[in-house]
Design a protein around this ligand. Structure first.
Ligand SMILES: [Zn+2]
Length: 271
């Protein structure tokens, strides 16, 4: 009887050790993923800010373009005026024709440049709308990124604290489990866990819950007698939990509660 109780206790400790290891793996991965999450948000914000600065640069270019067009138009207009004045004092028809040609050229050019100016005004309107949209997006993303940064900071701390607590618990459990068969069981558990992710599996319905392979009747009986044996297929350490065994006279509600797996969670939590 004493041996059986000892075995049950060691199974509980090993199950808890496994839960601790799995939680450490999960938390370590979650911790590693945090900077990437922030980097993704930062990259989106950077893109939005680039859209704002691109729109602003384009707006500036259009402004400079219109200023230079205005200058050019003013120059052409004063040239046309000058030619018109000269036309009044033209000495012959050839000179008058040449001046009229110059005037007509200047007027055509002015109208072309004014059209270009109109296009630039339209572009400016479009760019202003684009800038407004980009600013709105960048503002929203800046808020989101700040929230993500704060949340990640908190999670980082939280995960590290949880990992530190799990590390202590892991060391305690391992220290307690070392004397078990002179460390052979723990070494076996470690070896299978490093290969398969878990080193311990519950025997359930004559099956190994780790690899789903059937358990021979003889081994199944040993397990039910409280022995701890390894799965012949995956080598995980098997244990039998009587609390998880389906009882024939159960009400449907009790069966449902068992399907919820609450008792194994309690067991893994060591409660
Ligand atoms: Zn197995």
């Amino acid at each position: 009887m004493e041996t059986m109780e000892k075995l049950a206790n060691e199974t509980k400790q090993l199950a808890r050790l496994q839960a601790v290891e799995l939680e450490r793996t999960r938390l370590t991965a979650a911790l590693k993923a945090l900077p990437g999450e922030l980097a993704a948000a930062d990259a989106q914000l950077k893109t939005a800010r680039k859209r704002v600065s691109d729109a602003e640069a384009s707006l500036k270019r259009e402004e400079l373009l219109r200023a230079s067009l205005e200058l050019e138009i003013a120059g052409l207009r004063s040239k046309a005026t000058r030619h018109r004045d000269q036309l009044n004092s033209a000495r012959n028809s050839a000179q008058a024709n040449a001046l009229e040609h110059e005037i007509s050229f200047a007027e055509t050019e002015v109208s072309r440049l004014e059209d270009r100016e109109l296009t630039s005004m339209e572009d400016t309107e479009r760019l202003e709308a684009e800038r407004a949209k980009a600013i709105e997006l960048a503002t929203r993303l800046a808020e989101t990124t700040a929230l993500i940064r704060a949340r990640i900071g908190e999670q980082d701390l939280e995960f590290r604290e949880q990992l530190a607590a799990l590390k202590v618990e892991r060391e305690t459990l391992r220290t307690e489990l070392v004397p078990w068969e002179d460390g052979a069981k723990l070494a076996h558990f470690d070896r299978i866990a490093s290969m398969r992710g878990t080193g311990l599996a519950r025997a359930d319905g004559q099956q190994c819950s780790g690899c789903r392979m059937g358990i021979r009747p003889q081994v199944w009986n040993q397990l039910r007698d409280g022995a701890i044996v390894s799965c012949e297929s995956c080598s995980r350490i098997l244990y039998y939990d009587p609390a998880m065994a389906p009882a024939p006279a159960k009400s449907p509600i009790a069966v449902q509660a068992d399907l919820g797996g609450s008792s194994i969670k309690r067991k893994q939590a060591g409660v």
